[in-house]
Design a protein around this ligand. Structure first.
Ligand SMILES: Nc1ncnc2c1ncn2[C@@H]1O[C@H](COP(=O)(O)OP(=O)(O)OP(=O)(O)O)[C@@H](O)[C@H]1O
Length: 342
């Protein structure tokens, strides 16, 4: 038993007839293309395991067709997994019967979709209150709760509007409010901002960050956009052909990409915005050093001014221990590499 908010163990989804007979046979080791050619079945998710800690923002990213949507839908059995285990908040989703599953979806895991899925004939307030209504919460109480959440997502004044009177960004705020109204322990986002204009999209990302600070909910966020993943994620799972290629913090994914697929994703990222000093520092050489002391988990860009303003190397610490030194050259190496990309 772990205290993870979400545990996914040996999860498989194979689409097609006879899919459940493939796992455990040599055919399960075939590549996606070979399995399709031999059996007609398509691997959506292949033997995926990971844990998400309470309060963590866990991003799943990969190119189109890599299996992100299938994975997130398997978490609440909107798609039935072929094999494996999913435990949310101590509840084994894979063993739940229909009514337990409905209850789990209502109270433990809410989903925000790209196509908002709002009820067009209902006002904002009743869209947000819908989940509470289904749970049998009385009209007065659910409207009060919904009004609170509408305010929380910045939609005060629009309670009585209908979805088609709102912009895409605002509709997605309603989607977010509706998911939050159930007070779930886990929020699942399936590419929620992909259809929005870049500026609105940025606003919504900031909104998610703000809500996360305020509410501390555990989040699983699907995206194909690395910038979005780096901005939001405490950790990022990178998928290809249904499989995990790498799981790491943003600086690990950028600083030590697992293979060329990940390297390709990260090659255009401004490294100084993501890498921490840990990735650029040198070994301490035993010489006495004075001046500024910086934390190893500080982002290079944020530390740059201090380092560049100081003559000679600065100490980098982990707690009380000096773990390295950085000087102008170490900082400039990252920044100059970045400029050569531009
Ligand atoms: N119902 C289905 N039947 C057969 N194959 C499917 C089905 N749903 C998805 N697939 C296949 O499973 C693989 C993973 O698809 P999935 O939609 O999960 O990828 P994705 O990473 O979410 O892509 P996108 O970003 O385009 O949504 C793809 O090869 C897809 O064609």
């Amino acid at each position: 038993m772990t205290d993870a908010a979400l545990t996914v163990k040996d999860l498989w989804k194979i689409f097609g007839r006879g899919a459940d007979k493939i796992i455990g046979t040599p055919d399960a080791d075939l590549s996606r293309a070979d399995l399709k050619a031999k059996t007609g079945c398509v691997v959506g998710v292949r033997d995926v395991s990971f844990e998400v800690a309470p309060g963590e923002v866990f991003v799943v990213m990969g190119l189109s067709g890599s299996g992100k949507s299938t994975l997130v839908r398997c978490l609440t059995r909107l798609i039935e997994p072929t094999a494996g285990e999913v435990v949310i908040d101590g509840h084994d989703i894979t063993k739940a019967n229909e009514s337990e599953l409905r209850e789990l979806r209502r109270t433990h895991a809410s989903m925000v979709f790209q196509h908002f899925g709002l009820l067009p004939h209902r006002q904002v307030i009743d869209n947000v209150a819908y989940g509470l209504e289904v749970r049998g919460v009385g009209r007065k109480e659910r409207r009060e709760k919904a009004a609170e959440i509408v305010d929380l997502v910045g939609l005060s004044g629009y309670e009585m509007s209908y979805p088609d009177q709102l912009s895409g960004g605002m509709q997605q705020r309603v989607g977010l409010a509706r998911a939050l109204a159930n007070d779930p322990s886990l929020l699942l986002f399936d590419e929620p901002f992909s259809a929005l204009d870049p500026l609105i999209r940025r606003d919504m990302q900031n909104e998610v960050i703000r809500l996360h600070h305020e509410l501390g909910k555990t989040m699983v966020f699907i995206t194909h956009d690395l910038q979005e993943a780096l901005k939001l994620g405490d950790r990022i799972l990178i998928m290809r052909d249904g499989e995990i290629v790498q799981i790491g913090t943003p600086d690990e994914v950028v600083g030590a990409p697992a293979d060329d697929y990940v390297k390709d994703f990260t090659s255009e990222v401004p490294k100084s915005h993501v890498l921490t000093l840990k990735w650029v520092m040198r070994e301490p050489d035993g010489q006495a050093v004075d001046g500024p002391v910086l934390r190893s988990d500080q982002i290079v860009r944020d530390a740059a001014r201090t380092v560049l303003d100081h003559r000679g190397p600065c100490r980098v610490v982990d707690g009380d221990t000096v773990v390295g030194l950085v000087d102008d050259e170490d900082i400039l190496r990252v920044v100059v590499a970045e400029e050569s990309l531009a």
